[in-house]
Design a protein around this ligand. Structure first.
Ligand SMILES: Nc1ncnc2c1ncn2[C@@H]1O[C@H](COP(=O)(O)OP(=O)(O)OP(=O)(O)O)[C@@H](O)[C@H]1O
Length: 366
């Protein structure tokens, strides 16, 4: 089903938790709601499910006004982070549950339910778990069963709230791939809440970035990663270095920085802020360079270098270890940002957080 939300607001007491949400989702899309804790993701999902109600705005699914429907009438499949499967029921009965409690006129016969469960077990690659109880399953297996239970009722929408949030990193990665495959085969319109950028970018057709009850940006993962629409999104997708610059005829200038690699921007002359990923800064040893190295730490493949420059300018760059064979504390370097986003105006100067030094590594004098 396609979904359309317009000007949706929700407040709890005096706090506006959703402030005018507009969102259209196409039939068969997999959309991630991505944002920091408290940005309103779960509230939005609960309103779509019919577990909460907005103060204003509209919610239309398949052309029907869903705010006039109860949660049951909406027929959504919902999977939570901690989905309480019924502990006294085997996996096959947990999956069948939603069908067995349908009103008599909609309820399939017992053989039809058994067949549907068999198909789902096979489709979700959990046939071997059918006769186990939930306590006999790993966390990842439980979430597969939870998804089976949500899909059993042939939901019009599938809503997933941090479904892999409690699982360890490797299981999460496996389940992501599995879910992507399940989605491609089932084509159920799916909305997925996460605060994990990697998860959202890997899974979703489109990502909706939320901050403080508003949608900051909607787009394909690459578009959001390469062209964040606001300083909020830029910080959220890892452009954590912020440098004050001056715009002159579409070019950014800053003392001691070679900004020639940045494309010209149609921006008014005046103060602006350049947002960079630490990995977008080329570091070149240079006896006359305006920056000097104050710390070097290794993250394995990368060197994280803290640099002090003209004025009070301090920033962090990350470079592959192999690109710099010698780098000493106190050494002077020049910097050449190779990509970045410019936004008008200057925020209060921010400095990059100091990395945790790895003393032993520093002593090797890289
Ligand atoms: N029933 C409620 N009563 C009062 N405030 C609430 C209620 N539900 C949510 N809130 C508040 O609304 C804001 C948004 O909460 P919500 O759970 O939607 O955010 P979220 O983006 O899903 O966060 P998280 O990632 O931590 O789950 C929070 O400040 C939360 O405290």
């Amino acid at each position: 089903m396609s979904l359309s939300i317009a000007n949706l607001t929700r407040r709890f007491d005096q706090t506006e938790v959703l402030r005018g949400i507009d969102l259209d989702i196409r039939q068969g899309e997999l959309v991630a709601l991505l944002g920091p804790s408290g940005s309103g993701k779960t509230t939005l999902l609960r309103i779509i499910a019919g577990l909460d109600w907005p103060d204003a705005g509209s919610l239309t699914v398949g052309g029907q006004d869903w705010l006039r429907k109860t949660a049951q009438e909406r027929r959504t499949g919902f999977v939570f982070q901690h989905y309480a499967l019924f502990p006294h029921m085997k996996v096959r009965d947990n999956i069948a549950f939603g069908l067995t409690v349908l009103p008599r006129r909609d309820r399939p016969s017992s053989p039809e339910i058994a067949e549907k469960v068999r198909e789902l077990l096979h489709f979700l690659q959990i046939d071997t778990l059918a006769d186990r109880y939930p306590t006999e399953l790993s966390g990842g297996q439980r979430q597969r069963v939870a998804l089976g239970r949500a899909l059993a009722i042939s939901p019009q929408l599938l809503l997933l709230d941090e479904p892999f949030g409690a699982l360890d990193a490797q299981v999460r990665r496996d389940l992501r791939r599995w879910l992507r495959g399940v989605h491609e085969a089932s084509q159920t319109t799916t909305i997925f809440v996460t605060h994990d950028q990697e998860e959202a970018f890997e899974l979703a057709d489109r990502v909706v970035v939320m901050g403080a009850g508003r949608i900051e940006q909607i787009g394909h993962p690459d578009e959001i990663y390469d062209h964040p629409a606001s300083d909020f999104v830029a910080r959220f997708v890892g452009l954590t270095v912020e440098l004050p610059v001056t715009m002159r005829q579409g070019r950014a200038e800053a003392p001691g920085l070679d900004l020639a690699a940045l494309p010209r921007r149609a921006m008014a002359d005046g103060p602006a802020t350049l947002f960079l990923r630490p990995s977008d800064i080329a570091v070149q040893p240079d006896p006359a360079g305006p920056f000097h190295v104050t710390d070097v730490a290794s993250t394995g493949a990368l060197l994280r270098i803290t640099l002090q420059g003209p004025g009070d300018c301090r920033l962090e760059a990350e470079v592959p270890r192999r690109t710099l064979d010698r780098l000493e504390l106190g050494q002077t370097v020049s910097l050449r940002p190779e990509a970045g986003r410019l936004f008008p105006g200057q925020q209060s100067p921010r400095t990059a957080a100091a990395p945790t030094p790895i003393s032993a590594f520093k002593e090797q004098r890289l």
